[in-house]
Ligand binder design. Structure first.
Ligand SMILES: [Zn+2]
Length: 351
């Protein structure tokens, strides 16, 4: 595939793979294909951890597969086109992702893919471009896409992938057919996780993963337990005075900060619910009462819920902007201490 030519070490592309919770979306696409009504542009929206990349890879492979031409949309795995996909060298597929060390998709990258879509197919079939994550396009890149959406070429398919549709221009969104990948039910997700990992998985892990099975699977091999233990230790050390906010913020910032904030969101929510229920020591997320640090009692429920809001706001901010992460986490930790151990919190550092 002609992808990211300037990049020194291209990342391997996602392999086409359908997962059980993709079936509704695939059903819609197959119907459109059979009716000869496949749109020129599809916006695939779905949370991280739902395999939207492998879904898009399947869609591209199926549209290009020789078997699909006169029949149902499928990936036969045996034709010349499928062989090229497997080898990662299909000339009619363009996969645009951020270059190494960058988060945004540049105008040059996106424009090049859009130009390719307007040319004739090398293999007398479709031309497909996949842009992910589409909400990370620079304004210039988004304008290139807009032009392509306004004047689509025959036999071209543009697939935009996003976990944050609100991060796209409304004019881009409105010109694409939307295809939403939804989370499976908890029961289906748990069954799938058990099958894939070969063992029973804690429901707390799926909750932590926001119901996204692939994320839960990635954490199932002991990584979730390690995160749990580390978070509990950090909080215990902080409350007992064995660690200060600067140390803890630096440690969290180094590794899996967003996932730590998700953990904290669930932990604080569980703590607040516990306070309301009046069962002082019973926090069910994630490790049980024995592992939890013991904040001062009684708990200030409304302050705990404010911390939940603050945690979510910080997470959203970190995803959107280049904050001074360590400093932002430090002031969050100071606020947490004020809630959990009033009177012990240090004064905020001037930022
Ligand atoms: Zn094929």
């Amino acid at each position: 595939m002609a992808k990211k030519e300037e990049q020194a070490e291209p990342q391997p592309l996602p392999s086409p793979r359908l997962l059980p919770w993709h079936s509704a979306a695939i059903g819609q696409l197959r119907q459109a294909w059979t009716a000869n009504r496949l749109p020129h542009a599809i916006l695939v929206q779905g949370a991280e951890g739902l395999g939207t990349e492998s879904f898009a890879a399947w869609l591209a492979a199926a549209v290009l597969c020789e078997k699909s031409v006169d029949g149902a949309l499928e990936v036969c795995g045996a034709c010349a086109s499928c062989a090229l996909i497997k080898a990662g060298s299909h000339p009619d597929l363009y996969w645009v992702a951020p270059e190494a060390d960058k988060t945004q998709l540049s105008v040059d990258q996106v424009r090049a893919a859009c130009e390719e879509l307007s040319k004739t197919s090398f293999r007398q079939g479709y031309k497909v471009a996949i842009i992910e994550p589409a909400h990370q396009m620079t304004p210039g890149a988004a304008n290139s896409v807009l032009k392509t959406l306004e004047e689509p070429s025959k036999g071209s398919l543009l697939v935009l992938l996003t976990s944050r549709p609100s991060g796209l221009l409304p004019t881009v969104r409105s010109r694409c057919q939307k295809l939403t990948i939804t989370r499976p039910s908890t029961a289906d997700a748990m069954a799938w996780l058990q099958q894939e990992s070969g063992k029973a998985v804690s429901p707390a892990l799926l909750e932590f993963s926001g119901g996204a099975p692939l994320k839960a699977l990635a954490y199932a091999d002991g990584a979730f337990d390690a995160l749990n233990q580390h978070m509990q230790k950090s909080l215990r050390d902080l409350l007992s005075g064995d660690a200060d906010v600067t140390q803890v913020a630096a440690e969290w910032e180094k590794d899996a900060l967003i996932d730590r904030l998700i953990w904290l969101d669930l932990w604080l929510s569980a703590l607040a619910r516990t306070g309301i229920a009046g069962s002082d020591d019973r926090v069910t997320f994630p490790g049980g009462p024995a592992h939890l640090p013991s904040p001062s009692r009684p708990l200030n429920i409304s302050a705990l819920y404010s911390m939940v809001d603050r945690t979510r706001a910080l997470k959203a901010q970190l995803a959107r902007t280049a904050l001074q992460r360590e400093l932002a986490v430090e002031s969050w930790l100071i606020a947490l201490l004020e809630v959990l151990a009033p009177g012990k919190a240090p004064v905020a550092r001037a930022s």
